[in-house]
Design a protein around this ligand. Structure first.
Ligand code: IPE
Ligand code: IPE
Ligand code: MG
Length: 249
C-alpha cells in the first residue's frame, strides 16, 4: 500500500513548511552544473505544490533562497535570480487555485525579480484553495529583528504598552502573520538542521528529514512525511494520559 493510500485526509497538517535542500548535490552526482539542479528543483516545486493542494493542504511555505544564500558565488546567485523570474509562471498557481505570497526581504532582490514576483502575487491574490508562501531572501533572525523594531516603534509612539506585549503580538508582527504555524516541517537533502528558518513558528512543529535531494522529492515522499506526522502523538507538554483524555472530550 502506498503512503498516499495510507494517510488520513481528515487529519492533514493545514500548514507544511519545507526546506528544499540538495539541488547542488543532485546536479554534482550527474556531472551537471549546480544551476541545473536548481532548474530540476523548480519542476519539483510544481509537482509538490500540485500534490499538496490536491490532498487538501491549505498552506505551504517553501524555503527558496535564504539571507545566507546571498553569500554564494555571484554566478550562482545570478542564475537563481534569473530562475526565479522564469519560474513565476501563472499556470501552476491559477490551475490549482493557489495564492502566492512572499516572505523575506524583497528589497534586496533585483528589480526585475521583484516585478515578476509582484505581478504574480497580484494576479493570484483572489485564489482561495491554498496559499503558497515562498521564503526568498528570508531568514528567521532577520524576520524576528524586524518584528522587534516594529513592536518597539509602537511602544515608543505610545500605541502599545509593555504589559500588552504577548506572544500574539510577536506572532502577528512576523511576516508569516497570515498563516497558522506549520504542524509539519520537512527538510530534504539529508541535513539535520534548521538553517535559520521559521524559528518562532516551528516551536511545536513535527520535524521530518529525508535523504532525498529536492529534485528527487515526489508526491509519495510527501505522503510519507504526512503519514509519519500522523503516527506521532503531539503532547504539547502534557502527559500521554492527559492527551488521551483530551481527545475523548
Ligand atoms: C537548495 O539546494 C537550494 C538553495 C539553497 C537555493 P542547495 O543549492 O543548497 O543544494 P546543496 O545543499 O548544495 O546540495
Ligand atoms: C537552506 O539550504 C536554504 C534553502 C533551502 C533555500 P542551505 O543549503 O542554504 O542551508 P545550509 O547551508 O546547508 O545550512
Ligand atoms: Mg544546501
Amino acid at each position: 500500500m502506498s503512503y498516499k493510500e495510507k494517510i488520513d485526509t481528515n487529519r492533514l497538517p493545514s500548514h507544511i513548511a519545507i526546506i528544499m535542500d540538495g539541488n547542488g548535490r543532485w546536479a554534482k552526482e550527474r556531472n551537471l552544473p549546480r544551476t541545473e539542479g536548481h532548474r530540476a528543483g523548480v519542476k519539483t516545486v510544481r509537482e509538490i505544490v500540485s500534490a499538496a493542494v490536491a490532498l487538501g493542504v491549505k498552506y505551504l511555505t517553501l524555503y527558496t533562497f535564504s539571507t545566507e544564500n546571498w553569500k554564494r558565488p555571484v554566478q550562482e546567485v545570478k542564475a537563481l535570480m534569473q530562475l526565479l523570474i522564469e519560474s513565476m509562471d501563472e499556470d501552476i498557481f491559477m490551475n490549482n487555485g493557489v495564492k502566492l505570497r512572499i516572505i523575506g526581504d524583497m528589497d534586496r532582490l533585483p528589480l526585475p525579480v521583484q516585478m515578476s514576483i509582484n505581478r504574480l502575487v497580484r494576479k493570484t491574490e483572489n485564489n482561495t484553495r491554498a496559499t503558497v508562501a515562498l521564503a526568498i531572501s528570508y531568514s528567521s533572525r532577520w524576520e524576528i529583528t524586524e518584528a522587534v523594531k516594529q513592536i518597539s516603534a509602537r511602544v515608543l509612539k505610545g500605541e502599545l504598552s509593555l504589559d500588552n506585549i504577548t506572544e500574539e503580538t510577536v506572532s502577528s508582527s512576523l511576516t508569516t502573520n497570515f498563516m497558522p504555524d506549520p504542524e509539519l516541517l520537512i527538510r530534504t537533502g539529508g541535513e539535520y538542521r534548521i538553517s535559520n528558518y521559521l524559528l518562532w513558528q516551528i516551536s511545536y512543529s513535527e520535524l521530518y528529514f529525508t535523504n532525498a535531494y529536492w529534485p528527487d522529492m515526489n508526491e509519495e515522499e510527501l505522503c510519507h512525511a504526512i503519514y509519519e506526522y500522523q503516527q506521532r502523538e503531539r503532547r504539547f507538554g502534557l502527559t500521554g494520559d492527559q492527551v488521551a483524555t483530551e481527545s475523548k472530550k
